[in-house]
Design a protein around this ligand. Structure first.
Ligand code: MUC
Ligand code: MG
Length: 386
């Protein structure tokens, strides 16, 4: 039985400004969900957005409000007996709100894994890999800063795949920026994410130049509303075209896969509406011959661990992942940070998500964000901590 569901807004500053075509981030607001059961289990989930409402149609505040107002009363009243039943209940009664659904499912799977003494990856299909390679996103807004940041990452064996955020400058300036970085890092995989900023005509010019310069992957060059245009670009160019914002839920991923609108899908657990939905998208893409890339909504460590469990189950992950979210933050909310080493991340092996949340840290940042909530340990419904 579910005893309580608490949500917290936890803002953590980023290590530098992170510039995308749609926003500039100076902090990331983690929406943390903490669920406790009557028999003493607790689970954590997380949802994040990028720049409030600039990236998608949910914001940290809408996620928290909708969970508190609609999800929690429904789950407490109906007391679904399993995560699968809880998600079925939510899909019957709550439209949309995929990010909120993802946070709830993550916390429930964390509990289910702890109860069964199994990692979440084993509950959602079974892992086929224990380590995943992690790309880093260069988005300082300055070419020289990006090059020195990347060189440092390579030297420290942290990352050797780099994604560049472009789309906010004139096309030729952006192309010059990318090609300067490609030239400075000839042995690294260089990809670009336009975050929908180009028109289809812009894209024809930009992708042509980037392809000629040896760029390896072009992510969401045009509006997510222009599905036919994405397919035209995919067919026109040899360089791999990746669908990101346009990949929503399994239903829409099915249409995209059936129509072969992209060479690669970036899958994000929040965008998908949860972990099992993200697994389903991965399986569908694989069956349709579309390559997979493990995407991030710049989640903190809880959402990143959940994503790693999902991507560990993918039959193939040829374009690797970008699960670097926790490394972009100035602080962690785990007792033991995730294990990033030699260009990759080890998928946690413990029960549930396989992580331990540092509640003091969570409350420290939640309070700095002006959120007044009872401390979990003081909450009336919280069982005495041992
Ligand atoms: C996106 O569009 O891929 C991923 C990395 C990053 O810097 O932003 C995200 C969102
Ligand atoms: Mg993207």
């Amino acid at each position: 039985m579910i005893r309580s569901i608490n949500t917290l807004l936890v803002p953590i500053p980023t290590i530098r400004e992170h510039k995308l075509a749609c926003t500039v981030m100076r902090e990331q607001v983690l929406v943390l969900v903490h669920i406790q059961t009557e028999d003493g289990y607790e689970g954590w989930g997380e949802a994040t957005t990028i720049g409030g409402l600039s990236y998608a149609e949910e914001s940290p505040h809408s996620i928290k409000t909708n969970i508190d107002t609609y999800f929690t009363p429904l789950l407490l009243k109906e007391q679904p007996a399993s995560t699968a039943k809880a998600m079925q209940l939510l899909s019957l009664h709550i439209n949309g709100n995929r990010f909120a659904k993802c946070a709830i499912e993550t916390a429930l799977l964390d509990i289910e894994g702890k109860r069964l003494n199994l990692p979440v990856s084993e509950l959602i299909g079974g892992r086929v890999r224990d380590r995943i390679e992690v790309a880093w996103t260069l988005a300082s807004g300055d070419t020289a800063t990006d090059i020195s940041e990347a060189k440092q990452m390579v030297e420290q064996k942290k990352h050797r795949i780099f994604k560049l955020k472009i789309g906010s400058n004139p096309i030729l300036d952006d192309v010059a920026h990318v090609l300067a970085i490609k030239k400075a890092l000839p042995d690294c995989r260089i990809t670009v994410d336009v975050n929908q900023a180009w028109t289809e005509l812009d894209a024809m010019q930009g992708i042509g130049l980037l392809q000629a310069g040896g760029v390896d992957l072009i992510e969401q060059p045009i509006s997510m509303r222009n599905q036919a245009g994405l397919k035209r670009l995919k067919e026109r160019f040899d360089v791999a075209i990746m669908a990101d914002e346009i990949v929503h839920d399994p239903q829409n991923a099915f249409q995209l896969a059936a129509n072969h609108c992209a060479d690669v899908f970036a899958v994000k657990i929040n965008q998908a509406g949860g972990l099992k939905a993200a697994c389903l998208i991965g399986q569908m893409a694989h069956l349709a011959g579309i390559e997979l890339y493990g995407g991030t909504m710049l989640e903190g460590p809880i959402g990143t661990a959940a994503s790693a469990h999902v991507f560990s189950t993918y039959p193939s992950l040829n374009f690797d992942t970008e699960l670097f979210g926790p490394l972009l933050l100035t602080d962690d909310v785990l007792a033991q940070p995730l294990d990033y080493q030699t260009f990759g991340l080890t998928v946690p092996t413990g029960a549930g998500l396989g992580i331990e949340v540092d509640k003091d840290k969570v409350y420290h940042y939640a309070e700095q964000g002006g959120v007044i909530l009872p401390k979990l340990s003081e909450s009336k419904k919280y069982p005495a901590e041992t």
